[in-house]
Design a protein around this ligand. Structure first.
Ligand code: M6R
Length: 615
């Protein structure tokens, strides 16, 4: 989704803004732009379609002086990706420039009203309406920018994070947020950084303020941060410490972030368990479970809301919680849940899973559940994001920033957290024996080492990948805990290689998809030695009987499937419910290597955004 960067200080703004935009490239975008108040007092706006590098080329001969500026990467919603629709947008008189993330729902009405007042628009975007409205209010009521924004935003319906420059006040940015994240970094010497997430800020300062919905903030060089609510009340923002290192934001020798993040998984799962599983490796402590023990023990139902990969993790969480805690669990797409008037009871516990903690639909589902009186718990990665702040409790997955658009380490982190959560709740509810509990906790501690062994298959998978680049469709099959792994494997392939892929519960295949099977259709089967192994073997036979080409993920040493499959990838053995932590890795690698073979931009797949902050 769109990205915002801003700087007010004593240094030259342009290089900081460009570097910041590059840090945000992972979010997905189609055009970029920058605005600075130059040394001569002029407000300069430069924009271009394409990558940040294209914007840099466009700016080569331009005046990029000035110590105050804002910059933006756009992911088109209203109006095609071109330089006119790229942000920043000038106001009619050219005095203001604005950048916006989000969607303005009533922009048509606002635009019509402004056009009746002879205000001409230069773009097809909903965003431009904001800058025209703000300037119109400012000039017709003789207000300053901050006051005009307070009035204007009362007329706006929708989601926004905005930052505005006023040529008349060259040391100031005024910004505001509603349902779209905005972080202010407090730098040295009275300078300020602004961004849609902490990644462009992290190399300059570790002191940040996360703005809340309805906040309007004035960032003025050398002056105290001034934050006021839309209704005019002064806010007392909490300064937080961010814990993101530069190394985490860079590729560290890997060709793509996605590969780096796949290889980071063993360490990520260690980090995720650190301080939660004791050194003896037989007890898990989660503060969310301690703090909300009563509600969790008494929960009549758990509803998990999520989107995309996080929804796949939720499907694994459902099986874990139902089998260990004996609490019924429903898994919902947040986008469906929020609009279908669901029954939510005060003794329900709602778990919102989101890597970014900013997904618009998941956030709306959180709001809905809170409104209905349920206990809402977040399972997120991005520290301080909206979902962790809006939920009563939560468990961070602690896997570090995930930059690749295709989620990898966040998925396994989510599964690890859900496994720990299920074990903790089961212990509290006494639905698990001591012996089983301890053996499962011990097995969980062995997962990172098993992930390391699994990663050794990368070269083998890389060689195999070229065989599949011709494919137009692929089928992924799995059962039980491996069914969501099949869904996730298919999603990874679609996202980055643009090959159509479907995940199916293996037994469901004969109810339809079997019609598609022929020698042209690669079939990937997760066939590890678990409770449903024999049944999956039968499903593999069914594929073979129709001439299908099978690649099977098998447990180390399994000879039975080896003879039925065209290709095999061996995995270390573990208990059924932890198998997704291992089995998802070769499927991530497969998708990665196929996409690389096809020459795709793995970290920035077309049309996709890392953080989906619009519904
Ligand atoms: O940040 P979230 O976990 O809420 O994001 C949800 C989905 O947008 C995300 O998982 C998406 O499906 C990824 N591109 C998957 O690789």
């Amino acid at each position: 989704m769109c990205g915002i960067v801003g700087y007010v200080g004593r240094k030259r703004a342009y290089p900081i803004l460009i570097k910041g935009l590059k840090r945000l490239e992972y979010r997905g975008y189609d055009s970029a732009g920058v605005a600075m108040i130059g040394d001569d007092g002029g407000l300069n706006v430069y924009k271009s379609k394409g990558k940040v590098a294209d914007l840099e080329t466009h700016c080569e001969e331009k005046d990029t002086t000035g110590t105050t500026g804002i910059a933006h990467t756009r992911w088109a919603t209203h109006g095609e990706p071109n330089s006119a629709n790229a942000h920043p947008h000038y106001s009619a008189s050219g005095r203001l420039a604005l950048i916006h993330n989000g969607i303005i729902e009533n922009y048509v009405t606002l635009k019509e009203n402004l056009m009746k007042r002879d205000i001409a628009f230069r773009s097809d975007t909903d965003s431009e309406v904001l800058v025209q409205l703000i300037e119109y209010i400012m000039l017709s009521n003789q207000l300053d920018l901050f006051q005009a924004m307070q009035v204007a935003l009362h007329q706006v319906i929708g989601a926004y994070a905005i930052a505005v420059l006023d040529r008349e006040h060259p040391d100031t940015i005024v910004c505001a947020r509603q349902s779209s994240p905005l972080v202010v970094g407090l730098g040295a010497d009275g300078e300020y950084f602004l961004a849609s997430d902490a990644s462009p800020i992290a190399e300059y300062t570790d002191r940040v303020v996360y703005l809340n919905d309805g906040d309007i903030a004035v960032l003025q060089l050398g002056k105290r941060l001034n934050v006021v609510s839309l209704s005019g009340e002064r806010q007392h923002p909490k300064v937080r410490q961010i814990d993101v290192t530069l190394g985490q934001l860079e590729k560290g020798g890997y060709p793509f972030f996605m590969l780096k993040e796949i290889f980071e998984q063993p360490q990520c799962i260690r980090d995720c368990m650190r301080g939660r599983i004791n050194v003896e490796g037989d007890r898990i402590t989660l503060s969310a479970v301690i703090d909300y023990r009563e509600a969790l023990v008494a929960a009549r139902r758990i509803i998990i809301v999520a989107c995309g990969t996080s929804w796949h993790a939720a499907l694994i969480g459902k099986q874990l919680i139902e089998s260990l805690c004996r609490i019924p669990v429903e898994v919902e797409y947040a986008s469906e849940f929020r609009y279908r008037n669901p029954v939510i009871q005060p003794d329900d516990v709602v778990i919102a899973i989101s890597q970014s903690g900013e997904t618009a639909d998941t956030l709306a589902a959180v709001d809905l559940a809170r409104g209905a009186g349920a206990l809402v718990m977040g399972v997120c990665n991005a520290i301080g994001a909206s979902i962790p702040r809006l939920t009563q409790t939560g468990v961070y997955i602690h896997v570090g920033p995930e930059i690749g658009v295709a989620s990898t380490k966040a998925f396994t982190g989510q599964v690890a957290v859900l496994a720990m959560l299920a074990l903790c709740i089961a212990k509290e509810r006494q639905t698990i024996s001591d012996e089983l509990y301890k053996s499962m906790v011990r097995e969980l501690t062995l997962i990172p080492e098993k992930m390391e062994r699994t990663l050794q298959a990368s070269e083998h998978i890389e060689k195999m990948a070229s065989i599949f680049t011709y494919a137009r469709n692929c089928l992924y099959l799995g059962r039980g805990y491996n069914y969501p792994v099949a869904l996730e494997g298919a999603l990874k392939l679609k996202e980055i290689s643009y090959i159509h892929a479907e995940g199916y519960p293996a037994a469901e295949m004969k109810h339809g998809p079997i019609a598609l099977i022929d020698s042209e259709m690669p079939v990937f089967v997760i066939a590890t030695r678990d409770k449903l192994y024999e049944k999956v073997v039968s499903n593999v036979q069914e594929v073979r009987a129709r001439g299908g080409r099978v690649t099977a993920l098998i447990t180390e040493g399994d000879e039975q499937i080896r003879h039925l499959a065209d290709h095999v990838i061996e995995l270390p053995d573990t208990i059924d419910c932890f198998q997704p932590l291992i089995a998802s890795i070769p499927l991530q690698l497969l998708a990665y290597h196929i996409a690389v073979c096809k020459g795709k931009d793995v970290d920035r797949p077309r049309n996709l955004a890392k953080s989906v902050t619009v519904e």
